[in-house]
Design a protein around this ligand. Structure first.
Ligand code: NAD
Length: 496
């Protein structure tokens, strides 16, 4: 089985392949040798069709004879090549069209990189092909150890920052290269159901299930338990559970002895599509959610969508709100599927993870683009605060927040569509017994607010086109919130 690097021109395939094996085969180099001239001259003298035909032959030969092969950007256009790749371990390098253009745009030996518009069109056309053949979707060159993770049929995502994300059945047992002994932090419910799937544990710390446990008091008990069990700076934490465990255990790992690695092992839909990625960790204060925390990128994220089978229906529904949010941010094929009401399967979980990682890669510390992930959360968090974190699940509040954000965006048809999706999943689309003014006041304490300025909102221009940092008049916020409360008699939020 060969390791194959694919991806668009300028993604860095040749360099990544040589880093894995100095003797890596490169299809463009092989073609230049065969024709006795540079790629640009082959195109000019023989035409693209002749180039592609020769490329197909050269690639099939190299796959059969080399340990590491780097493919020209267009090699995946051949169905025979795509078919042959099924036998091999394929890494798709994806660094974004801007980075590719910066590297190769206008290069005279790159006949297809002459003008930017057709370069971008080609990028969009080929992206699904790379994705289709890839076992590893990488935003940076992979290490040998990371490639091993994909050998047992697991899908691997490699974000620019942070460790590998491994998705598939049996992911909790994947041999991630994180040093030291593992101490598992989990909640009592998840411990009973899934703890046995995590191999090689030096210690286990259980917290009570649910949001009320996401406090500094619980964190202190966890720090003390880590100390009592002898965890050192050479060891690491595995966070097995939903977003509460992930946020709290990540925060404990970020701070214990000034920081030890954390491996996220998400077991809820919320955590598998959203909270396990991106490195935000923390706890709630009585004043507001997630008010104390730290950035701590996971050393690895182990995602087994099969674990969701034990998830109660309401918890799955709560995660579905984050799926809808993520699909609105992503647009494209993910929104096409989710917007059409298709069920959440492994591919949707993987696509959501990828969307979140792409946004985080562009802006780890929340300076701009990352705030897109806050879509629906300004009003959602405010509703949670006003209801004391106890009445609604986080995802239920986010669903309501999405409806408010879409109204504030002037997206009335999209709001109706999303309301239909949420209702179909059993999520509330309205709420009883809450004072809109209290919700509006709580939005003013949002963490995204800087200094004494207004709270910035995330608004939607279209699926895939989300704008951050938008000022919204307080009256408009009040109206969008009040609307959520006005249909309370027809379908009210279920209290827990
Ligand atoms: N860090 C981030 O970027 C980020 C993003 C989104 C949400 N969050 C946080 O995530 C939290 C919400 O996460 P959540 O919805 O996963 O809640 P949760 O962790 O409380 O889990 C929900 C419930 O499901 C149970 N459970 C977990 N896995 C199960 C399984 N496989 N089978 C059966 N039961 C299972 C848990 O015991 C719990 O009772 C919030 O605190 C929110 O702030 C963080």
């Amino acid at each position: 089985v060969a390791v194959v690097l694919t991806g668009f021109m300028g993604a860095g395939k040749t360099t990544a392949a040589r880093a894995l094996d100095a003797d890596a085969a490169d299809s463009d180099v092989l073609l230049e040798a065969r024709f006795g001239m540079p790629v640009g001259a082959i195109f000019a003298q023989h035409g693209e069709a002749a180039f592609r035909a020769a490329e197909e032959e050269v690639v099939l030969e190299a796959l059969a004879s080399s340990a590491v092969v780097s493919l020209g950007g267009g090699a995946v256009l051949s169905a025979r090549v795509r078919e042959a790749l099924a036998e091999h371990l394929v890494v798709a390098l994806e660094v974004g069209v801007d980075a590719c253009w910066d590297r190769v745009g206008g290069d005279p030996n790159r006949p297809l990189a002459a003008d930017r518009a057709s370069f971008e069109a080609r990028y969009r056309e080929r992206a699904p092909l790379y994705e289709q053949v890839a076992d590893v979707l990488a935003s940076r060159p992979p290490t040998r150890a990371e490639l091993e993770l994909a050998r047992s049929g697991l899908k691997v995502l490699l974000p620019r920052r942070g460790g590998p994300v491994v998705v598939g059945e049996g992911a909790l047992g994947a041999p991630v290269a994180v040093h030291g002994r593992r101490f598992c932090i989990t909640d009592e419910t998840v411990a009973d159901l899934h703890l046995a799937r995590v191999p090689d544990l030096a210690g286990v710390i259980e917290i009570p299930p649910g949001e009320p446990a996401k406090t500094l008091g619980t964190a202190e008990r966890v720090w003390q338990a880590l100390a009592a069990q002898g965890a050192t700076r050479g060891d690491h934490v595995v966070a097995l559970g939903g977003g509460v465990v992930g946020d709290l255990a990540g925060f404990c790992a970020a701070t214990y002895q000034r920081g030890i690695p954390v491996v996220q092992a998400p077991t809820t839909l919320v955590a598998q599509v959203d909270s396990a990625y991106g490195g935000k960790t923390g706890v709630d204060l009585p004043e507001a959610k997630n008010y104390v925390g730290a950035f701590h990128q996971p050393a690895a994220v182990l995602v087994d969508p099969g674990l969701l089978e034990s998830l109660p229906h309401e918890e799955f529904a709560a995660g579905y709100a984050e799926v809808v949010k993520t699909a609105l941010i992503a647009g494209g094929p993910l929104w096409d599927r989710v917007g059409a009401g298709e069920p959440v399967d492994d591919a949707v979980v993987l696509a959501c993870a990828r969307t979140k990682l792409q946004v985080v890669d562009a802006d780890e510390r929340d300076g701009g683009r990352r705030q897109a992930l806050n879509l629906g959360h300004t009003v959602g968090h405010a509703i949670e605060t006003v209801t004391g974190y106890a009445r609604l699940r986080h995802g239920e509040a986010v669903g309501l927040g999405l409806l408010a954000a879409l109204r504030l965006s002037g997206q009335d048809a999209l709001r109706d569509q999303v309301a239909g999706l949420l209702a179909g999943a059993g999520l509330p689309t309205s709420l009883e017994g809450v004072d809109p003014d209290a919700v509006v006041a709580a939005t003013a304490r949002d963490k995204k607010r800087v200094g004494t300025g207004p709270t910035p909102f995330v608004l939607v221009r279209a699926p895939g086109d989300v704008v951050v940092g938008q000022d919204v008049a307080p009256d408009a916020v009040r109206a969008a919130v009040a609307e959520l409360l006005s249909h309370a008699s027809s379908d009210s939020a279920h209290a827990r």
